[in-house]
Design a protein around this ligand. Structure first.
Ligand SMILES: Cc1cc2nc3c(=O)[nH]c(=O)nc-3n(C[C@H](O)[C@H](O)[C@H](O)COP(=O)(O)O)c2cc1C
Length: 332
């Protein structure tokens, strides 16, 4: 029913992309997603190009957010942000030619103050399509033949929606795909993603694929999105934090195959504990337990006793306390 998503030389099949989510889509999460399969392309958390440069210069090391990237399976996209074309090109070059990532994705959508207002990057740049074009052109040149993509929102605010213009600038500068989150920066996460606005961009693009993003929750939502709107691919974020197996279900739905059932509570418990194990191995018991609280809350979403689980897990500081909460709410 749907065709693979063409991103430069890559054929992303199914055309379903796991969204970058800062604080969540690290190596452990991506490993869990890969275990179930069904996501055509996975993405890291967004990485500050400036921060990466500084850390490499100081410690000769990659930033923590690139944990696992060197050895993990491909295809893999790494998302970077800044507003300096030369800096982004240098970091893009390193990612493409030394770390051999599959896609370098540029963030022009982040509305968080530290990125947009303070660093004049992310969604701040939506006001300056020429600057975006300059960045894309420089990064494309530095990364070739590795494709460079961009992720945007509809505009800065409802009054200044300019995604058609921005997407056109990205395409003209050599971008290999654009992902559009159907909200404006001012919307943050309020209201619903406006897929009509996303689809309105399509007739203005000559060759560059359009990826729609926002609020897709179920395999049926994805099938419906491809049916209703002329997008070449979709990107899924938050729903996969609660159901990392969602991509597998989506793949089946798109192929008109029976949708696999949700894992049982026992299987979900095992998944949560496996995930926890990976995080603790990497970050140690104290930091790992604190970091895992937010994942555990997502895993528990919609379950009986979810609120009580959340409040218990929110104070878990040791592996023992974590295990107690899991035992109580995810019984074997
Ligand atoms: C916790 C969180 C972190 C996010 N971090 C990023 C990020 O690093 N880069 C980015 O482009 N978008 C980021 N986003 C936005 C998502 O990629 C996505 O565009 C948004 O959540 C809408 O898609 P969804 O409704 O499928 O979640 C983040 C979203 C959330 C909820």
């Amino acid at each position: 029913m749907v065709s693979p998503l063409k991103i430069g030389p890559l054929s992303i099949d199914p055309p379903v992309w796991q969204a970058p989510m800062a604080g969540f889509t690290n190596f452990a999460f991506r490993k869990i997603v890969r275990r179930f399969g069904g996501a055509g392309l996975l993405t890291t958390e967004m990485v500050s190009a400036r921060g990466m440069r500084q850390i490499e210069a100081r410690k000769g090391d990659l930033p923590e957010r690139l944990w696992g990237v060197e050895d993990e399976p491909r295809p893999l996209a790494v998302q970077i942000w800044d507003n300096d074309p030369g800096l982004l090109a240098a970091v893009g070059h390193r990612l493409a030619h030394q770390l051999h990532v599959s896609v370098v994705d540029l963030n022009f959508g982040c509305p968080v103050k530290a990125v947009s207002q303070s660093a004049q990057s992310g969604s701040y740049l939506l006001r300056y399509p020429d600057r975006i074009a300059e960045i894309v052109a420089r990064v494309v040149e530095a990364c070739a033949p590795v494709p460079v993509t961009a992720k945007i929102r509809l505009g800065g605010s409802r009054e200044s929606i300019n995604a058609i213009e921005v997407a056109g600038a990205i395409e003209a500068a050599g971008g290999a795909a654009v992902t559009v989150h159907g909200r404006t920066a001012a919307d943050r996460f309020r209201g619903s993603a406006d897929w009509d606005q996303i689809a309105r961009i399509k007739p203005h693009l000559k060759r560059m694929p359009l990826v729609g993003n926002g609020d897709l929750q179920t395999p049926e939502d994805v099938v419906e999105a491809f049916r209703r709107w002329s997008v070449d691919g979709v990107m899924i974020g938050r729903a996969a934090l609660t159901k990392p197996w969602l991509f597998r279900q989506i793949r089946c739905a798109l192929a008109s195959e029976p949708i696999p059932p949700e894992p049982t509570l026992v299987e979900q418990r095992e998944l949560l504990l496996d995930h926890y194990g990976m995080i603790v191995d990497r970050f140690g018991p104290t930091r790992g337990t604190i970091q895992m609280r937010r994942y555990a809350c997502h895993y528990a979403q919609g379950h009986h006793g979810c609120r009580a689980f959340r409040s218990q897990i929110a104070t878990a500081a040791t592996p023992q306390q974590f295990a107690e909460a899991v035992d109580r709410y995810f019984p074997t």
